[in-house]
Structures are given as structure tokens and as C-alpha cells.
Design a protein around this ligand. Structure first.
Ligand code: ZN
Length: 441
């Protein structure tokens, strides 16, 4: 039951990427863009995908060996992406779903398959549909990794036929592992992109929320889970009857991120069990720069010495339309603007393990300087750079404890503190002294 790619069809990125990768495997020298153009051209002419792949490889002088199967393996033996393999599996579940893509609606078939070694999820964008309860002989399947879990991909190269009578008829699926090897992990070690995790934590909060999904509304559950090491936001895509103060083990969790801050996710494939033990959740964890380079965090403490007060700190003027800081009276989007005065500081801290960038908001900067924004206008506006002098005096070379979220962008970790405390409490007094010094300006 081999199904052809619909003729004249265009593919979305999720479909075309693995095809390019496949062809690239046989043609390592050829640029991806070239391969992409060729695929699009062949599809435009209504050439069936499998034939198109072969032709492209032949055209560029590649050898088709990449498309040969490595032979029969078990589900457990499948590793990451790469080669083709043959399987004999029993279909435990299968569902078809129209998925909206950039190029219109596409049918996605997905479900679970099992052999004597384990259970894995399978997907097909190419029209292979398996029937629950039946055993299949699958040739030239490939692997893909989704949410950190290895899945069986039935592509246009894959052949699916029913297995001979009696194959896998005595398979006891209840006894099979649901996932590959689960990784047991403390919450503090969780990083974006991880999957197949086993975590134990206490539910500190949980709230139901309705979201729009394909085919109607879905109730999901957002909350906070904590252990002795860390606290993370989570989303449960299935009703596991979670409640505050429960200690649970989640098997099969995966990690998404929001601005670099890891968030635990788990869906109906996961297993959630309640534990009798209690956990003393960490209050506000203190994090080091070296940890935050790998992942952001919400509501944590960082401590370090200010090694730089960056340009753009002090008294600034913001665009009244978009709040961006004006450069020489001009917004990068809205042009010349009157500008609303504000105080802020962009600093770099060193904590001995690395550097952290931090943006101090209006309230914190006002507090550090002992000046309100309107005080600062009076004091600094007519003077060149004296606001930077004042900030350098208050901050530079001094040690501070910051509490807040740490997000990540291209520049690395950025602390957005909601509060800042001098580690040497004398600093507060010194700030006042500085203030009186500044009267001399
Ligand atoms: Zn603007």
C-alpha cells in the first residue's frame, strides 16, 4: 500500500526539510538551495516524489546507496536521524488529522507502533495509514526526533505492507516501555530542547486554560513545579488531575522555552504518578552566570560585581509611540520625536563564572541614584554625561544581588531585575554621599 505524493503539490518546510536532508546524504557536495530548487521544479511538473529524489541524485552524479535500508532492526535500536531501516511492528493506535500548513491543509497520520522491544510514535505526511491492531512489515522507514523523542517517519521512500499472518500476535504491549531510556533529572539541570525526561516535583500552582486547536477548544493546564533545586513553569496538555501541593513524577516530559527560559511540557503520552514523599521546594534559587548561559530562568537571584555601565544608561528619552530609546532625538522607527524622559541602567556583572548583562528599570535606577526622573532632568539635562558619571560612581566595581527573570537572546543572558540589593549594605550610605557630591556639578 504505497501511496504517491499528490502531483503538482507544494510542500511545507516541515515536509521539505527531511527530503533535502535525505538527498543531501547522497550529495554532500551540492548546496541545499540547489536541491530545494530541483525538488520544487520536479514537483511542479507533477513528478512523483520518490522518482524526483532518484532523478535529482542521478542528475548531480550521486549514488543511491543512501536510500538502501540498513536491514531489519527493532524499535529500540533506532537512533536519531540518518539511515533507512526495516521494521516489523504492530499498530497500537493511529489517527488522521488535517494540519494547516503554509501550503494549505495536509493530512498528518500519527500514532503508536510496537514490537517486542518498545513502543514508539510514528508519523507520516505521505499518506501511509496504519490500522489499529494490525501488524506491518515496514521497509525503508527513517527516524526523526520530535520534542526530544525519536519517532518512526514513514516517508515517500517507505514501503508499508501487512505482515504475515500471526506476526507479533502474542505481543504484550502493557509490559513494554513507553519511551526510550528516560533521563532522570533535577529541575535545575533542565535545558530548552530536552525531551524524554523523568522529573519529580511539587505542584506549586496550577490553572486551567482554554486554547483554540484544530477542531475546537482544548483545555490545558499551566502551573509551576518545583524541587529542591529549582522552580519551572509547566504546561500539561492533558488533564492529569493535578492539584496544588501534590508531589508527582512525570515520565516523558519535554522542554519548550520562552525567551530562553525552559518550561516543562507533557501531554497524553506522558505518565504522571503521585508520590507519597514530600519535597521542600527551593525558595528563590541563586544561579551562576555559567548556568544561565545555557538557559534562562524566572525569579532567581544572581550576584556579581558591576564591571561596566554601558552607553545608553542614565537619563534617556523614549519615543512616545513605541517606547524605544531615542538616539539624538530620533526613534529608529518613528523619526524625530519629542521624547519622554526615563532613567535606566544597562550594566554588566561578573560573578566569577561569567558575565551577565542586566537592564535596571526606572524604579531601581531612581533608587540607586536617590533621584526621581524629574530630579534627574533638572540635575542632568543641561550637563553632558553627568548621569553616566553618577551611575558609574554608584555601580562600578560594587557587588550587588539582583532578583528577577533572566531571559536569553543573541547577546546571551540578560537579567531583568525586579529588585537589587547592594551586597555591602554600606553602599546605600555611599549613594547618599555621592548625591551630595553631585550637588557640585
Ligand atoms: Zn518609536
Amino acid at each position: 500500500m504505497f501511496c504517491c505524493q499528490e502531483v503538482g503539490d507544494s510542500l511545507n518546510e516541515e515536509q521539505i526539510a527531511p527530503i533535502i536532508k535525505e538527498i543531501k546524504g547522497a550529495l554532500p557536495e551540492v548546496e541545499e538551495d540547489k536541491i530545494r530548487k530541483e525538488i520544487e521544479r520536479y514537483l511542479q511538473y507533477g513528478i512523483e516524489m520518490q522518482e524526483a529524489k532518484r532523478s535529482i541524485i542521478r542528475k548531480f552524479g550521486g549514488v543511491e546507496t543512501q536510500f538502501r535500508s540498513v536491514g531489519s532492526i527493532t524499535l529500540k535500536e533506532i537512533k536519531g536521524e540518518g539511515s533507512k531501516f526495516d521494521l516489523v511492528v504492530k499498530c497500537l493506535s493511529a489517527s488522521e488529522r488535517m494540519q494547516k500548513t503554509q501550503n494549505g491543509d495536509k493530512m498528518l497520520v500519527s500514532g503508536l507502533v510496537a514490537d517486542a522491544s518498545m513502543i514508539r510514535r510514528f508519523v507520516s505526511w505521505d499518506g501511509h495509514s496504519l490500522e489499529e491492531g494490525k501488524a506491518y512489515k515496514i521497509n525503508r522507514a527513517s527516524a526523526r526526533t520530535f520534542r526530544g523523542e525519536v519517532e518512526v517517519n514513514l516517508g515517500s521512500f517507505t514501503q508499508v505492507e501487512e505482515a504475515e499472518e500471526g506476526a507479533l500476535s502474542d505481543l504484550d504491549t502493557d509490559a513494554l516501555p513507553r519511551f526510550g531510556t528516560l533521563k532522570e533529572i533535577k529541575l535545575r539541570e533542565v535545558r530548552p530542547g530536552m525531551g524524554n525526561l523523568q522529573i519529580v516535583g511539587k505542584i506549586l500552582g496550577v490553572e486551567a486554560r482554554n486554547i483554540e486547536v484544530e477542531g475546537g477548544k482544548k483545555k490545558i493546564f499551566d502551573g509551576v513545579i518545583a524541587d529542591e533545586t529549582h522552580r519551572l513553569r509547566f504546561t500539561a496538555w492533558h488533564d492529569f488531575d493535578l492539584d496544588i501541593d501534590q508531589v508527582v513524577t512525570v515520565r516523558g516530559a519535554y522542554v519548550k522555552e520562552w525567551r530562553g527560559i525552559p518550561q516543562i511540557n507533557f501531554d497524553d503520552r506522558a505518565q504522571v504518578t503521585r508520590e507519597e514523599i514530600d519535597i521542600e521546594p527551593v525558595t528563590t534559587p541563586k544561579m551562576r552566570a555559567e548556568e544561565l548561559i545555557e538557559a534562562g530562568a524566572s525569579d532567581v537571584l544572581v550576584e556579581g560585581t558591576v564591571i561596566e555601565v554601558r552607553d545608553g544608561s542614565g537619563l534617556i528619552f523614549r519615543c512616545p509611540l513605541c517606547n524605544r530609546a531615542l538616539m539624538n532625538g530620533s526613534c529608529s522607527v518613528h523619526g524625530a520625536q519629542e521624547g519622554t524622559a526615563d532613567l535606566r541602567a544597562k550594566i554588566v556583572l561578573d560573578d566569577g563564572t561569567g558575565a551577565l548583562f542586566a537592564i535596571l528599570n526606572t524604579e531601581i535606577t531612581e533608587e540607586l541614584l536617590g533621584l526621581t526622573v524629574s530630579d534627574a532632568i533638572r540635575k542632568f539635562q543641561s550637563l553632558d554625561q553627568s548621569d553616566m558619571v553618577a551611575l558609574n560612581k554608584v555601580l562600578l566595581g560594587k557587588e550587588f544581588m539582583l532578583r528577577g527573570n533572566v531571559i536569553r537572546d543573541d547577546f546571551g543572558p540578560t537579567v531583568l531585575p525586579s529588585s537589587i540589593t547592594p551586597v555591602d549594605m554600606d553602599c546605600v550610605g555611599k549613594a547618599r554621599e555621592i548625591l551630595s557630591d553631585l550637588e557640585g556639578f
